[in-house]
Design a protein around this ligand. Structure first.
Ligand code: MLT
Length: 412
């Protein structure tokens, strides 16, 4: 009989969001009336329609595909040159950050890239992750066999967990011991915290001293309102020698259903072979993309490029302002309900302390039953997320206002 990948059997329960979906479906089935007034603030999925510049670009691209002369088959696996160049120019070089066009790799999502990056990293790395954390970083390492079994609290052997608490502003400090790979996410999912220049500098210095690699997830970069907060790890001197950055069009251009993202792999980033030789990762990632991926569709890349036009930029700004406006309303609603609130200023996520020793899943059930609102239990992001829940600001304005109101009616 063929063998399966035993590592998958180490995974705890289902992936968080399908698990929430399952519980919500069961609730709706049992309570059809409450289901009518259900508001979802669980998964961070955008609700507002695509920017008009994107819609126009999609229409035009479809027309091109309908005509022999402009029809496109396979494109370059790493992305069309015009998109890589628009990204490198607008997101980096225009802000004084050195990134070459061919260091940009266009993909169908940051979640996929965060998992796939493990293909080009060795199996002996000591991996550090924040706690709480976006579950994809953990689960993909479990699947790749980089961990032992999980303990009853859900922590996997061999991973180094970096606790994030109010005391450190939910941004982890570099550990005293050596690690080889560090996942950082700023603005943070789930806590909505942002890493300051000093905090990122400490991490870059740690990575350089330890010859470690930082996997920097900047999917929510567009939500940074504080001008002192770095938008890219490459704003920190030395980061080109130690960091890979993941970016996405999901949460700025509303592309969760369109699918487009990119990863920056600097040519100056090295890692070592088993024999101890130092080699660049860039050609390995390029090889991985050309072998396992056939590129994002022409239509979608045209749509992404439209986000960089002047109209596209204005429309993205409008979307971000909309969701950040929701975050403000939700923050203040939760505060007025007497809850302790974090995040939601430079991020679309609000991180809330559960009151009176309620567990995260108890809070989930209580908010679902009493307010008919879906939130995400903090413990689903790691053991240090226990005692918290996350509210997503991705919603219509009317729903955000209504959720803020219902939070105040909760009886804990
Ligand atoms: C979340 O809710 O944490 C995100 O939507 C997940 C994702 O972007 O994959």
């Amino acid at each position: 009989m063929a063998y399966l990948n035993d590592n998958y059997l180490k995974l705890k329960a289902g992936y968080l969001f399908p698990e929430i979906g399952r519980r919500v479906s069961a609730f709706c089935k049992a309570n059809p009336d409450a289901a009518q007034r259900l508001i979802r603030c669980g998964i961070g999925d955008v609700t507002e329609p695509l920017p008009p510049a994107v819609v126009a670009a999609l229409h035009q691209a479809v027309e091109e595909m309908a005509v022999r002369e402009t029809f496109k088959g396979y494109g370059p696996e790493q992305g069309y040159e015009w998109l890589r160049s628009a990204i490198a120019q607008h997101d980096f070089r225009s802000r004084g950050i050195e990134v070459a066009d061919d260091e940009i790799f266009v993909s169908d999502g940051s979640k996929c890239d965060c998992g796939s990056i493990l293909d080009v990293l060795g199996s002996k790395n000591k991996i550090a992750i924040s706690d709480p954390v976006y579950p994809v970083y953990v689960d993909t390492n479990v699947m790749a066999g980089h961990t032992g079994e999980a303990n009853p609290a859900g922590a996997y052997a061999k991973l180094v967990y970096l606790p994030c608490r109010p005391a450190n502003g939910f941004i982890p400090e570099p550990p005293k011991k050596h690690v080889d790979v560090i996942y950082l996410c700023s603005p943070n999912n789930p806590t909505g915290a942002v890493a300051t220049r000093e905090q990122l500098t400490a991490w870059v210095n740690y990575a350089l001293a330890n010859q470690a690699i930082i996997l920097f997830d900047a999917a929510y970069e567009a939500y940074i309102t504080d001008p002192t907060i770095p938008r890219s790890i490459y704003e920190i001197p030395g980061a080109r020698e130690c960091a890979i950055e993941f970016r996405s069009f999901s949460k700025n251009g509303g592309f969760t259903g369109v699918r487009c993202a990119f990863t920056v792999v600097p040519k100056t980033l090295l890692a070592q072979t088993k024999a101890g030789e130092r080699k660049p990762l860039h050609p390995l990632w390029s090889r991985r993309m050309t072998t396992k991926f056939n590129g994002v569709s022409y239509l979608v890349q045209r749509a992404a490029a439209a986000l960089y036009t002047p109209e596209g930029q204005t429309q993205v700004k409008g979307l971000i302002e909309h969701y950040l406006g929701n975050a403000k309303i939700l923050r203040s609603g939760a505060r007025q309900a007497g809850l302790k609130v974090f995040g939601g200023v430079n991020a679309p996520y609000i991180w809330v302390r559960t009151p009176k020793g309620t567990t995260s899943w108890q809070a989930f059930d209580q908010i679902l039953n009493q307010a008919n609102v879906v939130i995400t239990p903090g413990s689903g992001f790691g053991s240090k997320g226990e005692g918290y829940f996350r509210i997503s600001a991705f919603n219509s304005r009317a729903n955000a206002v209504e959720v803020a109101r219902r939070l105040q009616e909760l009886k804990w």
